[in-house]
Design a protein around this ligand. Sequence first.
Ligand code: WQD
Length: 350
Amino acid sequence: MKKVFVTGGTGFIGSHTVVELIEQGYEPVIVDDLSNSNIEILDQIEQITGKRPTFESFNLIDPVKTDAFIEKHKDMVGIIHFAASKAVGESVADPLKYYQNNFTSLVNILQSMKKHDVKNIVFSSSCTVYGQPDQLPVDENAPVKVAESPYGNTKQVCEEILRDTAKAHPEINGIALRYFNPIGAHHTALIGELPLGVPQNLIPFITQTAKGIREQLQVFGDDYNTPDGTCIRDYIHVVDLAKAHIKAVERMEGGECKSNYEFFNIGTGTGSSVLQVLNAFEKVNGVKVNYKIAPRRSGDVEQVWANTDIANNELGWKAERDLDEMVKSAWAWENYYRDKLSQVIEKVEA
Ligand code: WQD
C-alpha cells in the first residue's frame, strides 16, 4: 500500500481527500489536533470506504511529535498538508495565532522531510493570494497581491516557504493547490463541512438558515459592480477539489513535475454570485431561505474566478460537478448531520 500522510485529515477538505485516497488504493495516515473537526469523522470514513485510516492527534507546531511521526512513516509517498487555522475574521483578531500555527507547522514538516528523505508535499493554498485580480478569469501568472487578512498572508508566505525550500533542496517536490471556494459534501452525506460555531462562510450559513438554526442570512452587499450587485466567487465541489489532490500526488509519484515547485488554480472556471447560489439552493432543494441585504463585509473582494487551463492540461484534472450538485449535497449533509446530532442528544437526554 502507498502511504500518504494527511495533516488535518478529519477536516472538511481533508476527510473528502482521505476517502478519495483510499478509493484510489492509497493508505492515508492522519494527524489532526481536532481543533476544528471531530474524531467521529473516522467512523464515517470507514462507513464510506470500509477502511479506517491510521490516526494520531497532536498539533504539528510540536516539532518533536511531528518529527517522530514522519520518521515512523518515512516510507510514505508524500504528504498532503491541510492542517492550518483558516478563519479570515479570526485571523484579523488574533494574527499571532495564525502566524505561529500556520508557519510553524509547515516548517516542522519540511525540516522532517529533509531529515528523513521524504520527497513530496502537496500544500493547501488559496485563491485569496490573488486578492482582487486585475484580470478575470485569474491565471497562475497573475500577481500575488497584498493579503487582505493575516489568514491570506499565511497562505502567501507558506507558498514562499515551500518555494524557497524547494529551491535550496532539489530533492524536495512541492505542489501548491490554490483552492477557490470549496462547498458541498460527499454524495453519501456522511461527511461534510462540520459547522462548529457561527458559520463565517456562505454555504453553511445558508443551510443552517434553511434548517431554522439561524434566523436570517445576511447578504453582504448588493451594490458591487456585478450583474446582480452581489459578489462573485468560483464555487467548487469539495469532491472535485479532493480529486485534484490525488492528481497532484500521482504527478509527483510519477516524476511528471516540470519543476520541483509548482502551483495550480483549483476551481471550476465559472463564477457565481451570492444571489445565484441562493437561488440555486432554493430551487434545487425546494426550500426558502430567509435573507436580507446587509452592508458589505470588509475584506471581501468583489469578484474572482479561476482560469483552470493549467490544472486541466498539466494535472489532467477538471471539475465535474455543477452548482446544483454542490448545493444539493450541502443540504443533504446539513439534514444528515442534524438528524445524527438530535439522535445523540436524545440518547444523552434519555
Ligand atoms: C463568499 C461570498 C461573502 C457569508 C473565504 C476565504 C477562502 C476560504 C473560503 C478557507 C462573499 C458572501 C458570506 C454570509 C454573505 N477559506 N457571504 N453572507 O470569503 O470568498 O473565502 O472562505 O478555506 O480562502 O477567503 O468565502 O463563503 O465567506 O463568502 O453574503 O453570511 O458570500 O460576502 O461574497 P470567501 P465566504
